[in-house]
Design a protein around this ligand. Structure first.
Ligand code: HEC
Length: 246
């Protein structure tokens, strides 16, 4: 009995402590400070964490109000690996792993995302990618809350690497380095040869325009996309360009 009572008293005591601790409510006054404000003004000449804007370009991607083809820090393999990892998490759902804009969400009916291999995007300065991630672009939401500036730059650098991976010529290869064709690599690693070709849109893809005909089922269940669109992806490679004639 005594034990039970003391446990009760103890428990009640704990509850009291947690319930009645002093705390501030946002935008509500306080009698604790002479000014009556609960929100404290920043102490003069101090910098809080995450507030050190040493270089505007690093945070905005703009130099004198303009985009520039310049990384604010050196690109190492580590930076590229980080960019690849973040790109694969945040951008591939719409832009796909190769950056051709035919990601899974687009295949299911989202507005087609940019193909980073078309001439317009190839010619954009690197800070444009940073700027788009920071501020969004048309139908694309911004990613500034999800991705820190350092990582946005790493992704921008990785997009450049992606572009090179799809648009390189033999001139870009250092002399003496052997280049294997994708088909040879697939053969060696036991993948089917079809994996090296363009990625066709699956038949389940839902296009932004309504399918003609009577079917108007749930997204992803469309048995036959309209023929005009169905023919489109097969004429495009992963780069969005027509594949070389056999
Ligand atoms: C939810 C889908 C979605 C995601 C996720 C997404 N994008 Fe986009 N992105 C789009 C769409 C759609 C467009 C085309 C927008 C338009 O033209 O209205 C686009 C366009 C772009 C463009 C081209 C802008 C131009 O000048 O034409 C860039 C660059 C870009 N995205 C980068 C990225 C990067 C980097 C990421 C990852 C951090 C990302 N996007 C994630 C949907 C997405």
């Amino acid at each position: 009995m005594l034990g039970a009572v003391s446990v009760l008293i103890l428990a009640a005591g704990c509850r009291q402590d947690m319930q009645n601790q002093p705390r501030m409510f946002p935008q509500r006054g306080s009698s604790m400070f002479a000014s009556g404000r609960s929100v404290r003004p920043q102490v003069l000449h101090t910098v809080a964490r995450g507030q050190l804007y040493e270089s505007d370009y690093f945070y905005t991607g703009l130099m004198n109000g303009k985009e520039a083809n310049l990384m604010p820090f050196p690109v190492t393999m580590q930076v590229l690996a980080r960019g690849q990892e973040r790109f694969n998490i945040y951008c591939t759902p719409c832009h796909s792993r190769v950056g051709n804009g035919a990601g899974m969400i687009v295949e299911r009916g989202y507005k087609p995302a940019a193909n980073f291999h078309d001439p317009r995007h190839l010619n954009q300065p690197i800070s444009h990618y940073f700027y788009v991630m920071t501020n969004g672009y048309g139908a694309m939401p911004d990613y500034k809350a999800q991705i820190a500036p350092q990582d946005r730059w790493a992704i921008a650098a990785y997009i450049r690497a992606l572009q090179l991976s799809q648009d390189a010529t033999l001139k870009d290869v250092p002399s003496g380095v052997q280049v294997q064709s994708l088909k040879t690599i697939a053969q060696e690693q036991g993948y089917p040869e079809s994996d090296t070709g363009p990625w066709p849109m699956p038949a389940t893809a839902v296009w932004p325009t309504k399918p003609v005909g009577e079917f108007s089922g749930a997204p992803g269940l469309n048995p036959a996309p309209p023929p005009v669109h169905a023919a489109k992806p097969s004429t495009k490679g992963t780069t969005g360009r027509a594949p070389a004639k056999p």
